[in-house]
Design a protein around this ligand. Sequence first.
Ligand code: HEM
Length: 116
Amino acid sequence: SAQDAAKGEAVFKQCMTCHRADKNMVGPALGGVVGRKAGTAAGFTYSPLNHNSGEAGLVWTQENIIAYLPDPNAYLKKFLTDKGQADKATGSTKMTFKLANDQQRKDVAAYLATLK
Ligand code: HEM
């Protein structure tokens, strides 16, 4: 069904093991992530895989975050491969968390879009 940012705020509690809106922790700050080039949170040291995806043109949207969350590693490798940059699809993302539930992914993406 439709996206619900309020429900997404509850889903985001799972992300808060590693992420905050306003600061880097284990994961990069996610305030403003929707519309941001991948791998560019100031001061965060990304994996080459995440960094290279941004350099190859990945900009986060609600739609591609929904597609990324079930298997971040596979998503980034496919993105680079589809861009003809399989040589840059090296190593693994440091984001080991996966979110399978489709409704939860839609809701958390809507919530992320509210974070500045
Ligand atoms: C990266 C979202 C849960 C650790 C990212 C990125 C997004 C994201 C969009 C890419 C950011 C960028 O390119 O600037 C989420 C969401 C979560 C979640 C929505 C919950 C549903 C987690 C959890 C952990 C984690 C629980 C730790 C166990 C990381 C790390 C990175 C990352 C370390 C950097 C990856 C790299 O450099 O390869 N996350 N995340 N995330 N996340 Fe998460």
